[in-house]
Design a protein around this ligand. Sequence first.
Ligand code: PEP
Ligand code: MG
Length: 900
Amino acid sequence: MKYVYFFGNKIADGTAEMKNLLGGKGANLAEMTNLEIPVPPGFTLTTEVCTEYYKNNQNYPVELASQVNDAISQTEEVMGRKFGDPSNPLLFSVRSGARISMPGMMETVLNVGLTSRTIPGLIEKSGNPKFVYDAYRRLIMMYADVVMEKAAGVEPKDGIGIRERLEDIIDERKESKGVNLDTELDSNDWRELSEKFKATIKDVLGDEFPDDPHAQMWGGISAVFQSWNGKRAVSYRKIEGIPEEWGTAVNVQAMVFGNMGNDCSTGVAFTRNPATGDNHFFGEWLIDAQGEDVVAGIRTPNPINQWGRTEKNKDLPTLEEMWPDLYNELDGIRSNLEKHYKDMQDVEFTIESGRLWMLQTRVGKRNGVAAVKMATDMLEEGLIDQDEALIRVKPSQLDELLHPMVDPEAEVTAIKLAEGLPAGPGGASGQIVFTADDAEAWAKEGKEVILVRNETSPEDVHGMHAAEAILTAKGGMTSHAALVARGWGKCCVVGCNALNIDSHGKTMVVGEHTLIEGDVITLNGTKGVVYADELSLTQIDPGENAAFRKLMEIADKVRTLGIRTNAERPEDAAQARSFGAQGIGLCRTEHMFFDPERILAIREMIIADEEKARRTAVMKLLPYQREDFYDILKAMHDCPVTIRLLDPPLHEFVTLTENQISELASELDVEAHKLKSRIEALHELNPMLGHRGCRLGVAYPEITEMQARAIFEATAKLTEEGIKALPEVMIPLVGTYTEYDHQEEIVRRIAKEVKDESGIDFPYLVGTMIEIPRACLTADQIANKAEFFSFGTNDLTQTTFGFSRDDIGGFLPAYLEEGILPEDPFQSLDQSGVGQLVEMGVEKGRSQNNGLKIGICGEHGGDPASIDFCHRTGLDYVSCSPFRVPIARLAAAQAAISNR
Ligand code: PEP
Ligand code: MG
């Protein structure tokens, strides 16, 4: 069994295709090596080692050790140095690498191989004792933190981790020397501090820091495998839905140094701008530094070229200006990588004594705006084809284009507290909290919070996820906060130096302002500005984004599913239409009755205990309804509008207090006690299974008559005005064909009456919702007459599971936690259960009526996975809320591509 894959000197055992086995990072290191890009040599321990390790009680396969030793020898050969050699030592980095990137979730140990025997040799070779002792103390700190404390499962004494204790020792030294920066300490300081560190480690953790290179390496390897099941990795996996079985790989790679002197540097770059999508090389670098310094945000990194210039770094020299040859080499690698991977890459590089090395490449995380821009740009550049462009954008990323932004007018007069870097676009307001736990707890209480930190670390991800937005005092555009927020498309401002944060005291001082926990601020993540108080947010018009329009255009060419919207107000219909809706799939009529003017009439109708009085009351509603339907049919002219007859249990309209009952009694001129007993008679134990849906129309046909008349009179009027109205009358909650036939007869009778009365002919359809299991089972009988079906998967989910759609909140968290349900079935269609009923409904319905038009109007109509199911099942359209229409258009195109 091959457990170790070597890469180096233009030859690698692996390739980019082997991500499952080598992890994303390992596969790409192999691929870059094969592309003859300068990559420090090394080897990858496969994800299978991780799986085996956990399967066998944390023991390695027996072959592993000898395979690792062989790979070490191969690496030594390429580098011309030897691991543990006193005169010419080779050092290694040990890093994690799962199938998909989990930024900062798992552990890394650098400078492995520095020991009392190799230190003098490296000093001799580099001529730079300060660099060597600095590297040594970094190794000790990382090793103690990662291997000896975290991986060993040691609970920090008094809650103070070993890393923090060692950092305190550095701070003490800086204080006693009267300096501010780590870089102001000299080789002597680092040497003495290293000894102090080792003593402290022995003292606190009880073990010696190992002075043997192989012990260090195996400690590092085990720590990475341990970290796969560490708390933060587990919580990140949960959020991102990454399966535990995947495991992580470990990459062991020859160290190259960006911190050996002033001809060395290190940097992080994106082949295109990850925040805007612009096709410019974009990155940050630091002279005489290690990779972690760039992302830690302690020093302000330089931009690599003019495209990365900001207010903060405007006076720092770019790599292009300082070392043009190296910049050109890097820029060449950039285009090489993009051509090869056909996607934006996120790379890390190091320059050691004037020589460029690439440490990593991976597909770069990007926000929604950038994803849409890059996909359409790359299509135009001929780098990818149309299908690929559509697949590149996650439907949920479109949300960001539809996101609120801070109202520019409100910004003019707002109190500006500070400026930082625009790490995640959009706007957000919220109450400030200073810890990730608080963010999570407050959000659970329904509060909107902004998490404020000096900088974030992977330990903070749960709070970052819960927060509306993230604000940090430190860090750059490639800092942890920036990367994570961008991955989630969250509003984020980083590197806001003016903030003076006291996270223990839960206060933040900015200039003359002192803010405490709970105070409200607003972030503009697109510009990087922090404002006091809540500012109004406005919606951008995605119609003005050319890349978005282009993406939607190609999505429409590819998709076969129609997209409609659920809307009952003309303004929502118009909004949906501007987003590309091709009709209304569900116009609920009950909400039209809550208007104060109308509620009286509907109440009068409900309490009427004989038909004549009910008819009189119902007819009072006719003019209102006619106007409603006129407006909505007009807003959607030329497009079909599915109007559903009254659906909810009647008692919803008469949930009244004693006072309201007496008021109503006098308004309606009836005796209060009579009214009260009528209301009591309407009370149901199970209203969701009670007198609702078509059952209302069966018991009170005058309601159906009134609504049908209102629809057809509005249609006749519009037709007369030369406006094409296409109503589709939908009967809710049908379970037997006899219910359907009963209601259909009324609707068709009224249509004929209106046509005869007005002398105007118009087209219309009558159909039904399919939202009761029995309707699916007998769909052929219903389709005998029905001209269309629309799956009401909210009620169908409710009645299939027997879960009350209004009460699922009580037990759903436990179900998700226990893995009893993979997700909320009211959000994403339960394809294996409820889905079977949908399939049956489609099949039986079409067996009777080949041309039966079928759609879905439950909440699932806007959920990408459910849309894929609808495509596969042969539905004609999905219908969703207006703001999900663009998402549905893209998801429908993706479904067409992936099921081709
Ligand atoms: C449904 O049940 O899926 C549906 C769309 O109708 P409502 O949500 O109004 O019950
Ligand atoms: Mg329903």
